[in-house]
Design a protein around this ligand. Structure first.
Ligand code: AMP
Ligand code: ZN
Length: 299
């Protein structure tokens, strides 16, 4: 039997089981937008004096961040720019094509930094480093990417770096932290603000991944449908599958995981003093050790 939209007289086409709601497409989109605006307000993520750099990957998440902040920042007259970290592999070529068209359409200036030019490294090198360190490619690549994005954002005078991390990503991180069974891993999970780094903001932090996908499809945005191939085989990939199973049994479980995870984070922050940061002896970036992880790897 067809249901009505919970919010208006139209047909309810989208079932949000965890809310017990059925919604039409326009009401669903408004719900997503309201959620993002509430996250920004509640967590104080953006102020009028900010200059925001968006980390773009061509995927649905950063595509939504681009479109949302384009509207949001226009009203508040906040300057926006986009940064992409190019790995110079076949996947990157597809990413760059889509990112160029996304940013051009919205007239957001795009800056490209590259693993090859700026770090003098390649995916082959990173694969070797990962094997040597006994870790996966995704983690090593992530360390490099964060470094590149942070340096470029700093150089361009950005005060915040917005990423497309969503509720599902956060729930995965929390699940991974739960089984590490150490409170210290919870510190700053939800809002990493380390002095010396450009603060990263996650405006999609309260929106589940499948709803972001649906939103982008309804809006007919152009985005890369396939995730980065390196992710397969990573620890996060395994937790992604586990979380999908939990969500099947218990719709909305990711909201519960994040809610309890946030409470543990608050508790952990009180237990541990902020870590003292030195400067990396090689590159000068803030680091908890003498040599930062990027420089350690690239050595
Ligand atoms: P992922 O870990 O692939 O889910 O990416 C999370 C977020 O990191 C994305 O939504 C982007 O904001 C950012 N990101 C991922 N890859 C890149 C990249 N190559 N360049 C710039 N930002 C990226
Ligand atoms: Zn360094």
């Amino acid at each position: 039997m067809k249901k009505d939209c919970t919010h208006c007289p139209k047909n309810g086409e989208i079932d949000l089981k965890y809310l017990g709601k059925s919604m039409c497409k326009p009401c669903f989109c408004r719900l997503v937008e309201k959620r993002i605006a509430r996250t920004i307000r509640k967590r104080g993520l953006i102020t009028r004096n900010d200059k925001i750099a968006i980390a773009v990957s061509g995927g649905k998440d950063s595509c939504l961040v681009l479109h949302f902040l384009h509207n949001y920042c226009k009203i508040l007259k906040i300057p926006l720019l986009a940064i992409y970290a190019d790995r110079d592999d076949p996947y990157s070529k597809n990413q760059l094509n889509i990112i160029k068209s996304q940013t051009k359409k919205l007239k957001i200036p795009l800056h490209v930094v590259s693993y090859k030019k700026e770090l003098k490294t390649s995916m082959q090198d990173l694969r070797k480093i990962a094997d040597k360190e006994g870790t996966n490619l995704c983690s090593v690549c992530g360390v490099m990417r964060r470094k590149l994005l942070n340096s470029k954002a700093k150089e361009l005078g950005a005060t915040k770096l917005a990423t497309g991390h969503n509720l599902t990503d956060e729930a995965q991180t929390y699940l991974m932290n739960f089984i590490k069974n150490e409170l210290k891993h919870f510190k700053g999970v939800s809002s990493p603000t380390v002095k010396g780094f450009i603060p990263r903001i996650k405006i999609l932090r309260d929106v589940p991944e499948n709803e972001i996908k649906l939103y982008c499809e309804i809006k007919k945005y152009d985005f890369l449908p396939t995730p980065c191939p390196c992710r397969i085989g990573s620890l996060r990939f395994s937790f992604q599958k586990i979380l999908n199973n939990i969500n099947e049994i218990r719709p909305g479980a990711e909201f519960a995981i994040c809610s309890i995870g946030d409470k543990i984070t608050e508790f952990a922050k009180k237990q541990y003093k902020p870590q003292k940061l030195n400067h990396c002896k090689k590159c000068g970036d803030p680091s908890s050790k003498d040599i930062c992880r990027t420089c350690q790897y690239l050595n």
